[in-house]
Design a protein around this ligand. Structure first.
Ligand code: NAP
Length: 214
């Protein structure tokens, strides 16, 4: 599968790049700077320069089966960056998929994005941006999966999660490596198309938890 990872340079997206490469996929990595391109090429991905706040076109040229959106403006920026990157940047990526005929899309969202008032007051603007973009994605017609992890950690992945039905408490956490495994698992499982689900660390093997979504 030809997969574009947006948000490929750090955190969950970077772990996803490695995982998809290990699984034999052709991985295109959106990066903003040349030194990042060099590092991603060294890892085995095909880097493409672009910016969610600027030109994105080159990222969607050529053979492309799926997009995994793992980018974000980060917790140290203000609400303006949240709007520009996490909301408008994500919506632009969805529009590029529609224009380029890329059908499959996995969105890294957040626990409590279904109802921003569930979240702590200081992050409600961020949850509201995610809520809006998740709804736009759902209504887009793309074959989408929306994954909503709890707080991300750099702990060693366990390969086990708990999916919340209907929803989890907003204070759980999960290692980024497990979130990358969940996204890769969704890309490889069309039974997850149309699903949007919250999850944290747990006791169910990831493959089994995803299979239960069908
Ligand atoms: N933190 C949490 O507890 C939590 C919980 C639930 C969900 N989430 C979601 O998970 C996402 C990933 O978090 P993370 O900590 O794993 O990753 P991260 O370290 O925050 O990495 C963010 C990625 O987004 C990229 N990015 C930022 N602005 C961009 C732009 N304008 N154009 C293109 N790429 C851009 C960054 O690239 P550069 O290296 O170029 O900056 C980087 O690759 C968050 O953004 C959030 O949406 C987070």
């Amino acid at each position: 599968m030809h997969v574009l990872v947006i948000g490929s340079t750090r955190g969950t997206g970077r772990l996803l790049v490695d995982r998809l490469l290990a699984d034999g996929h052709d991985v295109r990595a959106l990066v903003r700077r040349q030194e990042q391109a060099d590092a991603l090429a060294e890892a085995g991905a095909t880097p493409v320069l672009g910016d969610l706040e600027g030109d994105l076109g080159a990222a969607f040229e050529g053979a492309l089966d799926a997009v995994a959106f793992c980018a974000g403006s980060g917790s140290s920026t203000g609400p303006d960056a949240t709007l520009r990157v996490d909301l408008h940047g994500a919506v632009r990526a969805i529009d590029h998929c529609l224009d380029a005929g890329v059908g499959r899309y996995v969105q890294l969202s957040s626990i409590a994005a279904d109802d921003p008032l569930r979240g702590a007051e200081g992050i409600r603007h961020y949850l509201a941006a995610m809520h809006a973009r998740d709804r736009i994605l759902t209504d887009s017609g793309l074959a989408a999966t929306i994954v909503r992890p709890g707080g991300l950690t750099d702990d060693d992945p366990t390969g086990h999660i708990e999916i919340g039905v209907p929803r989890l408490e907003a204070h759980g956490s999960v290692p980024r490596g497990d979130v990358a495994a969940v996204i890769a698992g969704c890309l490889g499982d069309d039974g997850t198309i149309g699903a949007s689900f919250e999850f944290v660390s747990g006791t169910t093997p990831i493959g089994e938890a995803l299979a239960a979504l069908r």
